[in-house]
Design a protein around this ligand. Sequence first.
Ligand code: HEC
Length: 158
Amino acid sequence: MPTAMSTLKKIVLGITITVFTFIATYRIIVLEPTKGLSTEVAFYAIIKNSGCIVCHNSQGQLPYYANWPIVGKKIRESIAKGVEEIDVKRLWLIHLSKERIDSAALTKIERAIEQGHMPPFSYTILRPGSALNKKSKIIIKEWIEVERERLLPLEEGL
Ligand code: HEC
């Protein structure tokens, strides 16, 4: 049955393309952020993808679901608490303007990443791919190292 076969082939081809497109996008966002990207660009992609700049952003807009029952209340509380702890978006803006970032803030991020409790489980459970994988953690650490070295001459008064 040639027609049935070609329909099946089309379906298989369609699924294959969809799956490959999905994998390619996923790899770019989550798995291979360094491929062809600088640490800086990869770092920003990670803090965006992992929600750091959703919950740690005093200037940010609330997510669209902030008014939904249950999840909305939870995210509003997390953002309020998160901003109180640290403003990651502000640190990023300081970085872009080439100003000095408080090194205690860098250490705070480093610790949170090492301890593995950021982003919170309540966030990652609802957003596949937002948890930090090994590679993302390495890139965050790399960025912190580069940032520290950049700050060193400033701190030594050179
Ligand atoms: C769903 C909101 C949310 C997301 C997403 C999130 N945080 Fe947090 N973060 C919080 C809250 C709430 C606290 C304070 C209480 C706690 O530790 O749970 C916090 C605390 C922190 C602290 C303070 C020290 C500590 O370890 O408690 C740092 C640093 C931090 N977060 C960094 C990050 C980074 C980096 C990311 C992204 C990889 C991130 N957070 C993602 C909500 C969030």
